[in-house]
Write a protein that binds this ligand. Structure first.
Ligand code: CP
Length: 315
């Protein structure tokens, strides 16, 4: 594995999950692996979990980190080739990626979708430019279209809590006042391709994810119908994909409530966090013992550690 930009870059997802589980049991078993190497963490957007869990993962491997809030602390980057740089952008990614590659043996990057230009977002300009001009592996800490480290942590959480051979897993759209990206939903769907589960997506009409990603997964527009007999409910907001970047409704009809959870098979509740209480999900669901959101965040460390170890083993 050269880069970790999507889940498909993993040689074996199941083996990576096994490794993450082993690391969770004994996080410091390879604490000398990162000696003499450096991981750079570049953030073009805010983060709590991704930043701290990836740093913790590196720490467990004895891998020093350098963190930069790129959008605030560095020069504004130009990504277009052949452009006359007379505007506000002071440095081209060609130089920036090459320079950071001299300080770091791996570069992890967070760069969200603009949600204003679908074509540019889908081209993953920031991550793909770094991958093109850096001489070291690039790791996705949430890009325009995917959040594979989150999906790996979610897979680990599902594996730890499933009691049935083939559980019913429901990915439910939920309301939010801001337009949010599709990255978490996309990567969760891609991860579910590797699970033995009855998987359904429920969202209001107009909020379908990219059909090239959801393919033939059932999409049910009646949330209560979809929730029936669910073993896991994963709530997440995303903006409209077809009407790219738009918020089509702001009512709370799709908020996950304790009454809706009664329709399920005593389902575990999942969300990647951060979550807006009583907008996305009611307090009664989030504070219930069936909520796995804190465990999901804990599993981010071991998912990241498994990916970092896999990359170090291959470079
Ligand atoms: N779930 C997640 O990626 O959290 P942060 O945005 O806080 O990193």
């Amino acid at each position: 594995m050269k880069h970790f930009i999507t889940l498909a870059d993993l040689p074996h997802l199941a083996q990576t999950l096994d490794l993450a589980m082993a690391l969770k049991k004994n996080p410091s078993q390879w604490d000398g692996l990162g000696k003499g190497k450096t991981l750079g963490l570049l953030f073009f957007n805010p983060s709590l979990r991704t930043r701290l869990s990836t740093q913790k993962a590196a720490q467990n491997l004895g891998l020093p980190t350098m963190v930069m809030n790129f959008s605030q602390e560095s020069w504004a980057l130009e990504f277009e080739d052949g452009t006359k740089m007379s505007g506000l952008r002071s440095e081209h990614v060609k130089e920036a990626a090459a320079v950071v590659s001299q300080y770091c043996d791996m570069i992890a990057i967070r760069a969200f979708a603009s949600l204003s230009d679908k074509e540019k977002d889908e081209a993953e300009i920031v991550l793909r430019s770094f991958a093109k001009y850096a001489s070291v592996p690039i790791i996705n800490m949430e890009s325009a279209t995917g959040h594979p480290l989150q999906a790996l942590a979610d897979a680990l959480t599902l594996a730890e809590h499933k009691t049935l051979h083939k559980p019913k897993v429901v990915l439910s759209w939920a309301p939010h006042p801001k337009a949010l990206p599709h990255a978490v939903g996309n990567s969760f769907v891609k991860m579910m391709e590797h699970q033995d589960a009855e998987f359904v997506i429920t969202n209001p009409k107009g909020y379908e994810l990219d059909p090239r990603i959801t393919k033939d997964i059932p999409v049910i527009h009646n949330q209560e119908e979809a929730l029936k007999n669910a073993d896991f409910v994963y709530a997440k907001n995303w903006c409209s994909y077809s009407n790219y970047g738009s918020i089509l409704r702001t009512d709370d009809e799709w908020m996950l409530t304790a009454d809706k959870m009664k329709l399920t098979n005593n389902a575990k509740f999942m969300h990647c966090l951060p979550v807006r209480r009583n907008i996305v999900v009611a307090d009664g669901v989030l504070d219930n013992s069936n909520s796995l959101v804190i465990e999901q965040a804990n599993n981010r460390t071991y998912a990241a550690q498994a990916v970092l170890k896999t990359i170090i083993d291959h470079v």
